[in-house]
Design a protein around this ligand. Structure first.
Ligand SMILES: Cc1cc2nc3c(=O)[nH]c(=O)nc-3n(C[C@H](O)[C@H](O)[C@H](O)COP(=O)(O)O)c2cc1C
Length: 374
């Protein structure tokens, strides 16, 4: 069962798609991963349809055998900052690995995005593949280090975002008081992997803190996510597997005294939709016919708009997901979903027709977190 008001939608605007062939489609810009006009078009399309948020995955170590998108993609924070200026209401999410950066840098980057977008930023903090360590001068670390490092990272990140209480900056020209220093709280964190004094040099977010997600599947992931984050991205390969993980997350949240409704469980799915099942299947064949590689598995959410809407409804109402992320392999994937599936979800009362709030937390039904010090 799902106790939220409505299903949430995200647009995964990852360049030409996660396969070897989509870039060759006549309607897909071959350089989509580095094409700002393409990203602006996708972001504005999703915002017109009232999607709650945009989303980007990240890859920061590549080789010649990777799919084209991985070899040619913008850095997510930079891209989202540009999109913040071309949109007004939609959330902006970037993915970054806690194995590859420093908490102070990422805290500052994401809170800056949050401020310049007026409260629309979120971060998907992932452990990523240990193979990338060598790009970040951390070749001496391995997989066993990743989750312990991740935990330290998240504690510091949350601490830095709560450096200042909400009213720490009077900025009173009359009295000359810019900051009330009693409301400034450095983290002074000493860990095995990170040592950070703080304080950060940005005031608190209008959201309290930017929305924080994690992605993964293991029991360690479930434990950390339910302690530190506002939501998760799950692999979603089958309905049963996703429901099992969603239920495990809900049980852990309850065990820790958290409200499951104040937490977002998401999956991203390549959706191929048509007016009929046959039309959708034909679009799938168009992509498959483009290349020798068959890295385009049959999508779970493929078929007529009615069929896809009903499947999303089943996942949502069962409590397997709160947020459905539309990923596209076909160049018209997002547009087709918006034109054909969104109106059905709205008619069924599952998806909103207008943004409820100015800030991302409001639109995701997430509470503003209370100030806390680490
Ligand atoms: C839904 C999902 C999305 C992920 N996205 C990324 C990503 O964008 N970039 C990346 O390097 N790793 C990504 N990962 C990998 C995770 O960061 C992590 O390394 C992996 O899931 C192993 O952790 P686990 O054993 O807890 O699942 C993703 C994993 C999942 C399940």
């Amino acid at each position: 069962m799902n106790n939220r008001k409505t299903l949430k939608l995200a647009a995964v605007i990852d360049g030409p798609g996660w396969n070897f062939s989509s870039w060759r489609h006549p309607a897909m810009p071959a350089d989509a991963g580095e094409n700002i006009d393409f990203f602006i078009q996708q972001a504005q399309l999703a915002e017109q349809a009232k999607f709650e948020t945009l989303f980007l995955y990240d890859v920061s170590h590549v080789g010649p055998g990777n799919i084209p998108y991985y070899l040619s993609m913008f850095e997510g924070g930079t891209l989202m900052s540009a999109l913040a200026m071309k949109t007004e209401r939609i959330g902006l999410s970037l993915t970054a690995s806690t194995s590859y950066t420093d908490p102070y840098n990422l805290a500052r980057q994401v809170l800056s995005l949050d401020k310049l977008s007026k409260g629309r930023a979120s971060l998907n903090a992932i452990t990523s593949n240990p193979g990338g360590m060598v790009n970040f001068s951390r070749g001496h670390l391995g997989k066993a280090d990743q989750y312990p490092m991740h935990q330290e990272f998240l504690e510091i990140l949350l601490g830095l975002w709560d450096t200042y209480e909400d009213d720490a900056f009077p900025r009173d020209k009359q009295s000359g008081v810019f900051l009330n220093p009693r409301k400034m709280h450095p983290v002074n964190y000493r860990g095995k992997y990170f040592s950070v004094d703080g304080p950060l040099n940005l005031s608190r977010s209008v959201q309290g803190r930017p929305v924080l997600y994690m992605a993964g599947s293991s029991p360690t992931f479930v434990d950390l996510a339910t302690s530190y984050t506002d939501g998760v991205f799950m692999a979603g390969s089958t309905f049963e597997e996703t429901l099992l993980l969603a239920n495990a997350l809900t049980a852990k949240l309850v065990e820790k005294g958290r409200r499951p409704e104040g937490f977002v469980r998401a999956v991203s799915q390549n959706s191929i939709v048509g007016r009929t099942d046959a039309e959708a299947y034909q679009k799938y064949q168009e992509i498959r016919a483009l290349g020798p590689y068959s890295h385009t598995p049959v999508p779970l959410f493929m078929g007529s708009a009615e069929r896809v809407a009903t499947e999303i409804q089943r996942w949502y109402e069962a409590g397997a997901i709160d947020l459905f992320m539309v990923r596209q392999d076909h160049p018209h994937g997002l547009q087709d979903f918006i034109e054909l599936v969104v109106p059905i979800l709205q008619q069924r009362g599952l998806f909103h027709t207008e943004y409820e709030a100015e800030i991302l937390r409001g639109n995701l039904e997430l509470p503003k977190p209370a100030f806390r010090t680490v």
